[in-house]
Design a protein around this ligand. Structure first.
Ligand code: PHE
Length: 336
């Protein structure tokens, strides 16, 4: 009997190795595994085996059945996958799963563009810390001790002498303290203001500062540089104007406006009916600032400017709410 079992095993292995489709496999199943198949018949024969041999023969018969069943199942799965009958098989006609690729944040894209334009105009790039001294942020920039910008309501003070910078202008001070003229640099970075958060203002935003100091620098150069920047950034189909303004660290000071994108100057909600949008603050460096960094104001003149990157991009892309920049909502970010 044991001999027969071992031969059956060999025969089955031999036969299954020649099976190449599901139909042949089914025939093999009927031959070996069906109710009247070879293995069932062997189990029938077990009854005739002497009692003392039954455990050994029974065990080897069980092993045969399991081995045959396993080989059968394995091959069946393989053949089904190949013939596409099985639901788990790969369906090559399905569309692929797209990989989503990340991109630069719109503020970084805008900053990159600004940097490229000013590099082309001969400016280098400088940076300074966000945690700044009260001296660099205010005093050195000619803010009077009682200037309202020092008020606790606008500034995040760390202690009496240190604060989160409220603008990038203190980097002007750092650059001039470390370098003699000529200076031609832009200084991008984060700034902080303790303002009520709304669609128009946020406690954190980004600025780009600009500074140019040399012998004989004029207001005409300031205007020429900024108009050249604006033409490259916004395109040439716009008008620009400089309006008198005030900053403690520049004299004279101005703000630069561009024709409203939305109404082309006719007046609308975006430009508050004026036809103009303010894009930056600027002016000639105040001699008091030169004095504070040890520059000779008889020998040198210079101009400075500062713009908010959020504001610049809000105007360019008509973004309705400044908070969108910081929420990381993909529906917003993917538009750029
Ligand atoms: N620091 C000013 C602000 O934050 C902008 C400015 C920079 C104005 C340089 C003039 C010159 O509003």
């Amino acid at each position: 009997m044991l001999q027969t079992i071992s031969e059956t095993n060999k025969n089955f292995s031999n036969e299954i190795s020649q099976v190449s489709d599901l139909k042949q496999l089914e025939n093999l199943r009927i031959k070996y595994l069906s109710r009247k198949g070879i293995i069932a018949t062997l189990f029938e024969d077990l009854k005739t085996v002497p009692k003392e041999d039954k455990p050994a023969v029974g065990k080897s018969l069980n092993e045969l059945r399991n081995s045959v069943q396993t080989q059968f199942d394995t091959l069946k799965e393989k053949l089904e996958a190949l013939s596409g009958n099985n639901k788990q098989a790969v369906d090559f006609t399905l569309p692929g799963r797209g990989k989503s690729v990340g991109s630069k944040h719109i503020l970084i894209q805008t900053l990159d563009e600004i940097k490229t334009i000013f590099r082309g105009l001969g400016f280098s790039i400088a940076e300074g810390p966000e945690l700044e001294s009260d001296y660099n942020n205010f005093s050195a920039l000619n803010f009077a001790p009682d200037h309202p910008a020092r008020d606790m309501q606008d500034t995040f003070f760390i202690n009496k002498d240190y604060l989160l910078r409220t603008h990038t202008s203190p980097v002007q001070i750092r650059v001039m303290q470390n370098q003699q003229p000529p200076v031609r640099a832009i200084m991008p970075g984060k700034v902080y203001r303790n303002e009520a958060i709304s669609a128009r203002s946020y406690c954190l935003f980004h600025q780009v500062e600009g500074l140019c100091v040399d012998k004989g620098v004029t207001f005409a150069e300031l205007k020429g540089t900024l108009v050249s920047f604006a033409r490259q950034f916004y395109g040439s189909g716009f008008k620009y104007r400089f309006r008198p303004s005030f900053f403690p660290f520049t004299e004279p000071s101005a703000e630069m406006d561009i024709t409203c994108f939305l109404c082309k100057g006719k007046g609308c909600r975006m430009c508050k009916q004026t036809g103009w949008l303010e894009i930056l603050g600027c002016g000639m460096v105040d001699p008091n600032v030169f004095k504070n960094v040890g520059y000779d104001s008889e020998k040198y003149t210079g101009y400075a400017f500062g713009m908010g990157i959020e504001r610049i991009a809000i105007l360019k892309y008509d973004i309705p709410d400044i908070r969108l920049y910081f929420e990381n909502d993909l529906r917003f970010l993917k538009q750029f």
